[in-house]
Write a protein that binds this ligand. Structure first.
Ligand SMILES: CC(C)(COP(=O)(O)OP(=O)(O)OC[C@H]1O[C@@H](n2cnc3c(N)ncnc32)[C@H](O)[C@@H]1OP(=O)(O)O)[C@@H](O)C(=O)NCCC(=O)NCCS
Length: 228
């Protein structure tokens, strides 16, 4: 999962219950965070590594409250087909957060990775998608590449439902994704999934900033599993 959000803090949302810990030693950048996701909804129990990130999280409370107050929406779910490639590209573009890949790549994905992807439609119109693949060296692990829900349908558990359905559809034993430290909605999406599956969630830096040619923020690897 690649996002365009900028910011240099190393922060992570830790589900509540106080039963999380960080490994000892190191700077926090290199170490693995492991926690059991039980109740990821308590914004006041979000833990951060430094103050600037905390300020930004506080600024998101209103948006979060609005997202949580919306009713669920009637949606249908299916695997994307070749004809959906352009809709995936459009939704990625309109998210204004995701790295927009070439239109060709979304067509390729719709052709070859349809079985490990899902899209949601509302009244027959594309409303969201998840693209993923089973890791070649670890075929029980679903790697989630991109998730997007159109603005008008956000906060109605569409992404959560797509993720639940996709993990079941591919019989994943583990789910992985990468998230930048400032993508609160995405972190909560995966923490919520771990909570529903009563699965542990680990985090560690994967694609660190120096690996990119273009000043991209560090993408943290989230590993969830084993799934129940
Ligand atoms: C991230 C995204 C896919 C979530 O879609 P969504 O359908 O609105 O999410 P859901 O309604 O299923 O909510 C999932 C969780 O995220 C939380 N959430 C949703 N919007 C949020 C926001 N703006 N801020 C903080 N948390 C948010 C929900 O409260 C829920 O957590 P909970 O179970 O603890 O209550 C959507 O915001 C989006 O498309 N963002 C732009 C693209 C992006 O960042 N993708 C992820 C990185 S690849």
């Amino acid at each position: 999962m690649i996002t365009k959000n900028r910011g240099s803090g190393a922060a992570v949302v830790i589900p509540s219950e106080g039963n999380w810990h960080k490994g000892s030693g190191g700077t926090g950048e290199e170490q693995t965070d492991r926690q059991y996701a039980r109740n990821p909804c308590q914004i006041q129990q979000v833990q951060v590594d430094n103050a600037p990130i905390l300020v930004r999280l506080e600024g998101m409370v209103e948006e979060l409250a609005e997202a949580q107050s919306k009713p669920r929406i009637e949606a249908k779910f299916r695997k994307p087909t070749l004809n959906d490639g352009q809709s995936l590209w459009r939704m990625a573009r309109d998210s204004q957060v995701l790295d927009l890949n070439s239109s060709y790549s979304y067509l390729l994905w719709s052709r070859d990775f349809s079985d490990t992807s899902v899209m949601a439609t509302v009244d027959g119109e594309p409303a969201g998608f998840i693209t993923g693949y089973m890791r070649p060296g670890e075929p029980d692990t679903l790697m989630v590449w991109q998730v997007a829900v159109d603005h008008e349908f956000r906060g109605r558990k569409l992404a959560a439902e797509m993720l639940d359905r996709l993990a079941t559809q591919v019989r994943a034993e583990r789910v992985e994704t990468t998230i930048t430290a400032d993508n609160e909605a995405s972190i909560r999406l995966f923490a919520g999934f771990a909570s529903r599956r009563e699965a542990p969630m680990e985090r560690e830096p994967l694609f660190t900033a120096e690996l990119y040619p273009d000043g991209h923020d560090t993408e943290y690897l989230y590993r969830i599993g084993p799934l129940t």
